[in-house]
Design a protein around this ligand. Structure first.
Ligand code: S3P
Length: 449
């Protein structure tokens, strides 16, 4: 089991980090390419293990992939010509892989099985299975108490699925995308409404590929009647990952910057992903967006720049849609809140309890390890910022959660001695280059087996 040992240097950070390919868009680029009738050149894909799971899954469904320099060329069988996987598909630690595949496979004329690691085997699947059953799918899983958990068995779909009009109880891009994928194979109209708008990468990409999809405010609609099932695009450029970049931006805010400052990018600044920048601005951080450009429709790009050392951040509050737009960044925002003045109150974040770990509990435990006062409160948490009073060197157990390990590494930069973060292997699921990136900015982080 890998541990990180972080030794504070007392020196501010500086340098540039090239952001890895976005994990969410990487999953979609791979999966949707397999649904295309013509080859797709996927560029900029990250090397995280989660995207690797989706890459293997599409091969199991009949796609072939070939590396050509830094591109991956995907030759898909196409939406209507997928083949039965020869064995159960291992989704590893990846919630996006299993949920998107469930939606896609629900409407296919062959049976399939999906499973994952210990953490994935605890994650709730009823949110995707229940509406798919209402569309006519036959899916069973393990009885996970109040929910259904992997492994999942998806029966061959004998008659086509029926479109549905489903309102999500919780904003979720994974569930929304699963239903949209099922809708591509269904008769009639499939409409998915959300309480708040979750990340919309699927909508942008599928529309660009010719899917019969329309978006109105917080609803997506697929009308597959009369559609020939053809999806096509020559090239997909995967934008840089804001969720990975967030850790380096936070490191710059926590440890301070000198020289030319810290720049990270380019990344997508799609507003459904940049809630963390809005929260950091509320806290008084100044983060510049440099060199704006467009990756493709809906995904504008920019490089983030943290210039002067922050003149004291202040606590803030976040809830509602802002939490949805920053859902994966809550642990690192809570870490930044720990060095701010005053309280930070996070509400409407119940979803964090069912991520790779119970992130409300693991974030609170991580903060307390550094001597920070923090408490879980209902569907959220409260962090009492210490301002610039030193943090205690900590020993943190990341509970196999990549984002907890990375958030702890950032706080450890300003502790009063070396900190140790155990169970950090899963950083490789989203950001294998994290250690190199942080040390490249001047941090002292050693990996111990
Ligand atoms: C993701 C959506 C989010 C996010 C996850 C990736 C996606 O989950 O937390 O890391 O790629 O669609 P939910 O859709 O369950 O909110």
């Amino acid at each position: 089991m890998t541990s990180f040992v972080v030794t504070p240097t007392g020196r501010p950070l500086s340098g540039h980090v090239v952001a890895p390919g976005d994990k969410s868009i990487g999953h979609r680029a791979l999966l949707f390419s397999a649904l295309a009738a013509t080859p797709v050149r996927v560029q900029g894909l990250g090397s995280g293990a989660d995207n690797g799971r989706t890459a293997k899954a599409i091969v199991a469904l009949g796609a072939t992939t070939a590396r050509a320099g830094d591109e991956l060329v995907v030759h898909g069988p196409g939406l209507r010509h997928l083949s039965a996987p020869p064995a159960p598909i291992d989704c590893g630690n990846s919630g996006t892989t299993i949920r998107l595949l469930t939606g896609l496979l629900a409407g296919q004329p062959f049976a399939s099985e999906l499973f994952g690691d210990e953490s994935l085997s605890r994650r709730p699947m009823a949110r995707v299975i229940a509406p798919l059953r209402a569309m006519g799918a036959h899916i069973t899983g393990k009885d996970g108490g109040a929910d259904v958990t992997p492994p999942l068995r998806i029966a061959a779909c004998v008659e086509r699925l029926r479109g549905c009009d489903h309102t999500l109880a919780i904003a979720s891009a994974q569930v929304k995308t699963a239903l949209v994928l099922a809708g591509l194979t269904a008769t009639g109209t499939t409409r998915v409404r959300e309480p708040w708008r979750s990340r919309d990468h699927s909508e942008h990409l599928l529309a660009a590929m010719g899917a019969p999809l329309t978006v109105a405010d917080r609803a997506v609609e697929i009308d597959g009647d009369g559609w020939d099932g053809r999806l096509a695009i020559d090239r997909i450029v995967v934008p840089g990952d804001p969720s990975s970049a967030a850790f380096l931006v936070a490191a710059a805010l926590v440890a301070g910057v000198d020289g030319a400052g810290v720049t990270v990018g380019p990344i997508t600044v799609n507003p459904t992903r940049t809630g963390f920048l809005d929260v950091l601005a509320q806290m008084g951080a100044v983060i510049e967006r440099r060199d704006p450009f467009g990756y493709f429709r809906g995904e504008d790009g920019a490089t983030l720049a943290v210039a002067a050392a922050p003149a004291g951040l202040r606590g803030t509050s976040l809830g509602g849609e802002l939490v949805v737009r920053a859902i994966d960044e809550v642990p690192i925002l809570a870490a930044v809140a720990a060095i701010a003045e005053g309280e930070t109150v996070i509400t409407d974040a119940g979803e964090l309890k069912v991520k790779e770990s119970d992130r409300i509990a693991t974030t609170v435990a991580m903060l307390r390890g550094f001597g920070v006062e923090a408490e879980a409160q209902g569907d959220g948490l409260v962090v009492v910022g210490r301002g610039r009073r030193p943090l205690r060197a900590a020993r943190v157990h990341a509970e196999g959660d990549h984002r907890i390990a990375m958030a702890a590494s950032v706080l450890a930069l300003v502790a009063d001695g070396p900190s140790r973060i155990d169970d950090a292997d899963n950083v490789a699921t989203s950001y294998p280059g994290f250690v190199a990136a942080l040390t490249g900015l001047g941090a002292d982080l050693r990996v111990e087996p």
